[in-house]
Ligand binder design. Structure first.
Ligand code: 5GP
Length: 120
């Protein structure tokens, strides 16, 4: 079962503007900002505005419009950062085994250098 959504999680607070972030994109369904501890030259987090704990929660419960908007936002941010030609990686950690630390769905967008094998 999915945990209840915690309105005090750090990304909820970023969405409300209570904690600063470097926003690179926002629209009706999604917000994107720089990861505070970048693991690559480009490391952006894309999150839905909706209150979804994880990819599991989102994929099960979000509306078609939210899903489409979120997926399109991820692609758009990658294009806006000229990542398509060199290539990039997207990743969502889910739950304890996935290493998810913040309980609001986020997709990591990595780029700017060759990223190597998936789990290296
Ligand atoms: P997770 O392990 O949950 O997939 O990833 C959480 C990510 O959020 C980490 O890469 C971490 O550096 C990032 N992060 C944690 N707190 C903050 C914050 O306050 N601001 C920003 N911009 N990123 C954060």
């Amino acid at each position: 079962a999915t945990l209840p959504y915690d309105d005090q999680n750090i990304f909820a607070r970023i969405l409300r503007g209570e904690i600063p972030s470097t926003r690179v994109y926002e629209d009706d369904h999604a917000v994107a900002f720089h990861d505070i501890a970048p693991a690559a030259p480009v490391h952006i987090l894309v999150i839905p505005r909706g209150r979804y704990v994880s990819w599991d929660d989102f994929s099960a419960h979000a509306s078609e419009a939210e899903i489409a908007g979120f997926i399109r936002a991820i692609g758009r941010v990658a294009r806006d950062h000229q990542l398509v030609a060199p290539g990039y990686r997207i990743l969502a950690n889910v739950g304890a085994h996935g290493g998810q630390e913040v309980p609001h769905l986020h997709v990591h967008l990595f780029g700017g250098r060759p990223l190597g094998p998936m789990l290296a």
